[in-house]
Design a protein around this ligand. Structure first.
Ligand code: KG4
Ligand code: ZN
Length: 348
């Protein structure tokens, strides 16, 4: 049994988790804390990197103390400290990384830096420890939209990715265009529930010659053209609530269709009969429902986490680190934060 502290500060959530990893991937999450920075960034309509780093500095240390006290543990009882070291906002990553290194060094504990993407890819194991390899993972978040063929823990091959916007980014930008608020994903999801998904026919982005790649910028432009054609301003001042809900539902249906179509194509091409859905956009009610139904039709097992493990969290980071510590791995003290992650080929 390995008990670790996980820290996630790559973007706009400060998250801390104390997780225990036992036999056969079974986990016990002792404490899982997330401090959202949405209120800090909302007035700006998007994430302001400098504000994000400052907020992480304010919240991280008290959160670690709170986590240890809620778990009724002292730091020296931990088997290691795990932190996201890539990809993300450089300043935000550095806050978590510096804190984790200092804490582990002072306590003489192993320290492990892990990939945020690998965290998302492993998040479904927190609730479903028996997911077999190989499987296909659709990672859809605010920063990434990609399909990975995962052959073993830590062995993943990128098989498709977005050429422009990530799906979550498209949600957030369209919400901004409609002046619905930030972050846009959950708001559009909610409004779409009372809209008509067939009201407008928006494009399901295709990339010429790359059938497993995604493109959402054309869809975003199509929504803009649609608003302009209505003769109003952007954000619109001449549309009824129900007209806006129809746009939300039609936009969402286009995103969901594109995601599902490529996922099923990849599953068939790579002969993978288990599909994982992960990342913030995996909270989307329509995507969860339609992907599950399509997978059932295709005889594919579909695994989707609870929303708290789809969006950014430290439990997924702690899980990856605990697995690595269990294998005797640790990171060098000079490990640096990396804002980007190689997008083609394995993401090890
Ligand atoms: O994984 P995540 O928390 O952070 C990143 O790693 O990017 O994902 C955040 C993204 C945001 O773009 C947000 O709008 C989107 O996930 N999101 C959703 C929903 N909930 C969050 N998008 C669509 N529907 C939702 N219900
Ligand atoms: Zn994320």
């Amino acid at each position: 049994m390995i008990t670790v502290l996980g820290i996630e500060s790559s973007c706009d959530e400060t998250a801390v988790c104390i997780l225990r990893l036992g036999e056969a991937n079974h986990t016990e999450i002792l404490v899982n804390l997330v401090a959202s920075q949405h209120e800090v960034h909302r007035p700006h309509g998007g994430i302001v990197p400098e504000l994000a780093s400052r907020q992480h500095i304010r919240t991280l240390a008290p959160m670690v103390q709170a986590a240890l006290s809620q778990a009724e543990m002292t730091a020296d009882q931990l088997a290691g400290v795990v932190v996201t070291c890539r990809p993300g906002l450089l300043g935000s990553l550095l806050v978590g990384l510096s804190y984790a290194k200092a804490m582990a060094y002072a306590l003489g504990l192993p320290f492990i830096g892990v990939s945020h993407l690998e965290g998302h890819l492993n998040a479904p194991y927190l609730e479903t420890p028996d997911i077999p390899h190989p499987h296909l993972a659709l990672l859809v978040s605010g920063g990434h939209t990609a399909l990975y063929a995962v052959t073993a823990f830590g062995e993943q091959q990128l098989v498709g990715a977005t050429r422009d916007d990530a799906a979550g980014e498209a949600y957030d930008k369209v919400a901004k265009m409609l002046d619905l608020g930030y972050p846009g994903g959950p708001i559009i999801d909610r409004r779409a529930q009372t809209g008509n998904p067939k009201a407008h026919s928006f494009p399901r982005g295709q990339v010429k010659g790359q059938p497993l790649d995604f493109s959402f910028s054309g869809l975003k432009t199509a929504v803009r053209y649609h608003l302009e054609a209505q003769g109003g301003s952007i954000p619109p001042d001449n549309l009824s609530e129900s007209a806006i809900n129809d746009i939300c539902a039609s936009f969402q249906e286009a995103v969901v269709d594109a995601l599902i179509q490529k996922t099923i194509k990849a599953a068939q091409e790579y002969q993978l009969n288990t599909v994982l859905l992960t990342g913030g956009v995996a909270c989307n009610s329509r995507l969860r429902e339609k992907l599950a139904a399509t997978c059932t039709e295709q005889n594919i097992r579909c695994v989707v986490s609870s929303p708290q493990y789809c969006t950014d969290n430290a439990a997924m980071i702690a899980y990856v680190g605990a697995k690595r510590i269990g294998r005797g791995e640790s990171s060098p003290w000079d490990l640096n934060a990396q804002p980007t992650e190689m997008m083609r080929g394995p993401i090890k």
